[in-house]
Design a protein around this ligand. Structure first.
Ligand SMILES: [Zn+2]
Length: 73
C-alpha cells in the first residue's frame, strides 16, 4: 500500500504483485486489454476483461465524456 493514498490515486496504475513497484497503466491500455509490463521487474500482466468489466465500463464512459468535453471547446 502506498504511503500516501491521496497521492497514489492521482496516478492511474496498479502495484506490481511481484516487486510491489508502481506500474503506470494508461486508460488506452486498459480499454484495449493490452498486456501491461512492469518497468521494474518486467512482469507481464493481462487485464481480465470479465473481472474488470464494471471498471472498464466506467473508464469508457469517462473517456467518452472527456472526448465530448474536448470537442466542445
Ligand atoms: Zn514488478
Amino acid at each position: 500500500m502506498a504511503k500516501n493514498p491521496a497521492e497514489a490515486s492521482k496516478v492511474p496504475g496498479m502495484v506490481c504483485p511481484q516487486c510491489a513497484s508502481r506500474i503506470v497503466v494508461t486508460m488506452e491500455q486498459l480499454l484495449a486489454a493490452a498486456p501491461i509490463r512492469c518497468g521494474n521487474c518486467g512482469l507481464e500482466l493481462t487485464v481480465d476483461r470479465e473481472q474488470s468489466r464494471d471498471a472498464l465500463q466506467s473508464l469508457e464512459e469517462l473517456r467518452r465524456s472527456l472526448q465530448q468535453f474536448r470537442g466542445a471547446q
